[in-house]
Design a protein around this ligand. Structure first.
Ligand code: MRU
Length: 344
């Protein structure tokens, strides 16, 4: 996303890899729709987009009668669009908190304060990915291939990503890793987005169907699994793209380390365990269709949770912007709203 003179330009990820188009959002309604439709997606990226949506809310003519009420209502509405990633609610709360009490009545002042907070969230997200890259590169120093799931790179964050950031750094240092990218049904973030961005960067990416990941691990074709996260509970349970949990089970069964890369702002101690994390359920049509074409017989029902919970005991280590965290997790995971993050 890019903020330009009162407009949020959003790379429409639903068109990738075939079409690379940007949409121009000038209202929070348009940004909320783009987040809902996954035109912008990935935990960090939707937090950043929502932060800029708050600026647009502060600028709207509809804000004039009751500016604070209007922007607060948008904070609630944006949080509800995609409930699993904690970044979204943290980002909108941080923008709200950044507007001084005496600035609300002046359109220019409330918008300037909101914009400064949104820009800070974006800049801090870029910096966190560099720190995750350095921590993760050490863990993957001996690997020749890894398995990953969904998209956790340049399309999902302001920087090089979470789980993909160490891979970019290693490549820059001349250590090219092969990346087995799970296609990530139903919406193919792995096949469409991870394969696209890694191939563009000259990284050796091999696409597999989600069901092939266990066999790749069983055959010793990869030495680690590394994924991102949308929210991590106080006990270390991880919410991430559906399909992450079976990947963690397969990694455990084959003695392969399972790493979760995420900034401190992804840890949510308010959720004691995974069961307390809201899991987004999406339109069943995404499952019964493939690339817009109906594949299941008409009338067949589908269950479409967008995320799953991987229990903490399957996580070998967390790769964070504060370093690598290994078990036992209680007391070791980031618990405070971090200063340099999307926390508010
Ligand atoms: O539904 P998506 O594409 O937004 O899901 C994204 C993921 O699950 C990523 O793994 C997660 O956001 C971590 S990367 C910042």
């Amino acid at each position: 996303v890019e903020w330009r003179d009162g407009t949020l330009l959003i790379l429409d990820q639903t068109g990738l890899p075939g079409r690379s188009e940007r949409l121009a959002a000038t209202t929070p309604t348009e940004v909320a729709a783009a987040i809902r439709q996954l035109r912008v997606r990935g935990a960090d990226a939707i937090g950043i987009a929502a932060a800029y949506a708050m600026v647009l809310a502060a600028l709207e003519p509809a804000a004039e009668d009751d500016p604070r009420g209007h922007v607060e209502r948008w904070a609630v509405a944006l949080t509800a669009v995609r409930p699993t990633a904690v970044h979204l609610s943290r980002a909108v709360r941080r923008v709200l908190a950044a507007i001084p009490a005496d600035a609300w009545e002046r359109r220019d002042r409330r918008a300037a304060a909101a914009l400064a907070a949104a820009r800070a969230i974006e800049a801090e997200d870029r910096a966190m990915s560099g720190r995750i890259a350095r921590a993760g590169a050490k863990l993957l120093a001996a690997a020749t291939a890894v398995v990953t799931h969904c998209n956790t790179g340049r399309l999902a964050t302001a920087g090089d990503g979470t789980a993909l950031a160490p891979i970019y750094l290693l490549a820059k240092r001349g250590h090219g890793l092969r990346v087995y990218a799970c296609e990530t049904r139903p919406l193919l973030q792995g096949a469409r987005l991870t394969a696209w961005e890694l191939a563009q960067a000259g990284i050796d990416v091999v696409q597999i169907v989600d069901g092939a990941a266990a066999s790749v691990l069983a055959r010793g074709m990869a030495q680690a699994v590394i994924v991102g996260a949308d929210r991590i509970a106080g006990n270390g349970d991880v919410a991430n793209k559906v399909g992450t949990y079976p990947l963690a089970l397969a990694a455990r069964a084959h003695g392969v380390p399972f790493y979760v890369a995420a900034p401190a702002s992804t840890f949510d101690p308010a959720a004691a365990a995974g069961a307390a994390i809201p899991l987004e359920e999406r339109d069943p049509e995404e499952v019964t269709s493939f690339l817009g074409r109906r594949v299941a017989p008409h009338g067949v029902a589908a269950f479409n949770p967008a995320f799953d919970i991987t229990p903490a005991d399957l996580v070998t280590a967390f790769v964070t912007d504060r370093g690598v965290i290994r078990p036992p997790y209680p007391g070791r995971l980031p618990a405070d709203p971090p200063a340099g993050s999307q926390a508010g």
